[in-house]
Design a protein around this ligand. Structure first.
Ligand code: F6P
Length: 331
């Protein structure tokens, strides 16, 4: 039966969102569904700013970073008045299914909307943070690891040349997935993630002990510390000052920032985005609603939306082990 489907991208954009849109557009065409794209996240839903997503849009789309629908964080959508307005607009536009590509904030928004709208809601995880439970990975995460890794590789060149200590801040909001994976992949010397952060004194003592031990063994050397954002009080400057107070000088801070959100998606993100985009549209018209589609062990899964934020997603045990033993075995 013909359906009217709407899709939007919300919150922090992530490489692969366009690949996901492409898959959804193609699948809708195959099924004979009409597909509208709301622009600027939930703002577009409130302002009725939408475009028709036709098959022509899909050409050369899979490799583009960002999102052709644009994105936003929409405060007014969080209010009951905002959600009711959005529900009215969806009814006016005769939408059967709303597909939301975004992170946990976007999913909470979608769940709130479901109190006022009885259409079908399907979430697709898209964020570089990978902090969504119920899926092994989120769209954009792999590309962001790659971007952080290649940036840290470059930092290492200059760090080695000057035998300096570098602090590299990696995004992740309040989760350490990106920092841990970027640190392992770039062979960083130390990583600070929120999941294991106890106190500044505890971390400082470990860092200073390791730098001193290595300097005793090898003389002057470079040392790269990957720091997840929002963990160290007062950020990299605070850590740099704290190291200075412990006698460690010539420390350089590098904040990778939004560079990590850009770029052409790597193959893993294109594959994940395509699988999830197709799978989400295959559920249109079924009883599945207020759900996220994710991937576990390379198989698509369906997860109730609220399960995606109820419990904090744990870091991968094997990776933690690897990083810990690689950090410690040398000292
Ligand atoms: O959620 C993705 C993310 O890039 C986080 O890693 C980061 O903390 C946040 O978004 C930055 O948000 P904004 O682009 O609004 O500054």
């Amino acid at each position: 039966m013909s359906k009217r489907v709407a899709i939007l991208t919300s919150g922090g954009d992530a490489p692969g969102m366009n690949a996901c849109l492409r898959a959804a557009i193609i699948k809708c065409k195959c099924e004979g569904y009409e597909l509208l794209g709301y622009k600027h996240g939930y703002n577009g839903l409130l302002e009725q700013e939408f475009i028709s997503l036709s098959f022509d849009t899909t050409h050369n789309l899979i490799q583009q970073g960002g999102t052709i629908l644009h994105s936003a964080r929409c405060k007014s959508f969080k209010t009951d008045a905002g959600a009711k307005q959005a529900a009215n607009n969806l009814r006016k536009a005769k939408i059967d299914t709303l597909v939301v590509i975004g992170g946990d904030g976007s999913f909470k928004g979608a769940a709130h909307l479901s109190q006022f709208w009885d259409g079908q809601i399907i979430g697709i995880p898209g964020t570089i943070d990978n902090d969504i439970a119920g899926t092994d990975a989120t769209i954009g995460y792999y590309t962001a690891i790659d971007t952080a890794m290649s940036s840290i590789d470059k930092v290492r060149d200059t760090a080695d040349a000057f035998e300096r200590i570098f602090l590299v801040e990696v995004m992740g909001r309040h989760a350490g997935f990106l920092a841990l994976n970027a640190a392992i992949a770039s062979a960083a010397d130390y990583v600070i993630v929120p999941e294991f952060f106890k106190t500044t004194d505890d971390e400082l003592n470990k860092i200073v002990k390791q730098i001193k031990a290595r300097r005793e063994q090898q003389g002057a050397l470079s040392f790269i510390i990957v720091v997840a954002e929002n963990v160290w009080p007062e950020g990299l400057l605070g850590l740099s000052n704290a190291l200075h107070n412990k006698g460690i000088d010539d420390v350089r801070p590098v904040t990778l920032g939004h560079v990590q959100r850009g770029g052409s998606p790597v193959s893993q993100d294109r594959l994940l985005a395509t699988t999830l985009g197709e799978f989400a549209i295959s559920l249109v018209g079924t009883n599945h609603t207020n759900i996220m589609v994710g991937e576990v062990n390379q198989r698509p899964v369906i997860v109730p939306l609220e399960e995606t934020w109820k419990h904090a997603k744990p870091l991968n045990d094997a990776q933690i082990c690897a990083m810990k033993s690689l950090m410690n075995e040398r000292y």
